[in-house]
Design a protein around this ligand. Sequence first.
Ligand code: NAD
Ligand code: UDX
Length: 440
Amino acid sequence: MKITVIGSGYVGLVSGACLAEVGNDVLCLDVDANKIRILNEGGIPIYEPGLEAMVKRNKEAGRLRFTTHIPDAVAHGDIQFIAVGTPPDEDGSADLQYVLAAARNIGEHMTGYKVVVDKSTVPVGTADKVRTAIGEALTARNATINFSVVSNPEFLKEGAAIDDFMKPDRIVVGVSDDQAADMMRQLYAPFQRNHERLIVMDVRSAELTKYAANAMLATRISFMNELANLAEKLGADIELVRQGIGSDPRIGYHFLYPGCGYGGSCFPKDVQALVRTAHAAGQDLKVLQAVEDANEVQKHVLAQKIIKHFGEDLSGKKIALWGLAFKPNTDDMREAPSRVLIEELFKCGATVRAYDPVAIHETQRIYGDEPRLEYAQNPMDTLEGADMLAIVTEWKEFRAPDFAAIKAKLKTPVIFDGRNLYDPTHVRAAGLSYFTIGRH
Ligand code: NAD
Ligand code: UDX
């Protein structure tokens, strides 16, 4: 099938590459000329395991191309995916300006029937707005052309994006006509594996499903974070509690890991956006508001522990920081808990020496020439001249360090671990003080 993907970020690029991988003819569009230049020159603008090779393979096979030229992009695909950003606006609602600009572009240039697919995470009712935007653009050029608008939210996780797209748990498709439903069935047939993964529903339910999924997952995390903080006060171990409750299949083990708060480009903004959508519909989502409030508190938890130990004046202190990305296997720094910690430490007069396997470049882009932030080449090098160690991202390479070597390097032998990576007994046996999220 001929497919256009509008927006070549995490979702657009992964979707485009995976759709090409199964044999489709895909053209990816982006307004960011630099991104398209990198892609056309053989690189990729983001870090995502396996993506570079997949892009290269499909480009060489002639199934995957990149452009900034809107008319070509609209002309190409019978299916037009909209995969542009939907960042929060000032009040936390999803900002639809990029989605609606993409819709207008389609309306301005289409010459035949198109299935327009909202893949961006968008509030309930957005498909109607997309339909109106396309309709208005068509009217402005006196054109009458049939089109369908479909909601097809994306559930991929960064760091595992290709696997999630190629082997999805489910594919949610919200449609309002049979022609579009048939095309979506055909499009996703190669991703079905051994049993039906496609869940076809009405458009509004599909739009809400995406927010419901992220809200539920974020709720589990904030709940566990609050329980971990309580466990600390009560002298219980949250890791044992996690095992104790996760064994109930109604609860399950996934997404029960307490930490220094959830981040990323999705949970924080989607939780806020759903709260705003509900508010606008006359309903307060009290549980979800609490989920967000608890996460704000949690992002400060490591800084609070450091301050409790060393006092509020950290001037002259250097904190070694392992991990910058909001989670492992990505270079994404959007809403990363590391940023909250770094800024709190700066406020207290400290400096930071940080290491991350892939996110240093992105961190440099955000912080520029910040003199209080320096970067290290590897985990042990991070400890050079440092007073203490803080950990915010659970990269695999942090999992089995030489604790004796850490103790020897740090001025004060103490680790503040925001991801509960180690057995506390083991770390303390090496002569280090160890602060966790809810363990003892
Ligand atoms: P992103 O910021 O990485 O990429 C968006 C891209 O769209 C950018 O490259 C931007 O230049 C481009 N763009 C903006 N306006 C455009 C236009 N009019 N025409 C062409 N290109 C345009 O964003 P992302 O992380 O890929 O997220 C995209 C959407 O998918 C969001 O709604 C997000 O909530 C959702 N989503 C993201 C993830 C994730 O893990 N990142 C997962 C599921 C869903
Ligand atoms: C999320 C959803 O999982 C995905 O389905 C959706 O399409 C996009 O948003 P992503 O943001 O890539 O994916 O990362 P995810 O693995 O969900 O982690 C989000 C945040 O929650 C991270 O900061 C992570 O550290 C944190 N987290 C996750 C926890 O604190 N504890 C957990 O048990 C799981």
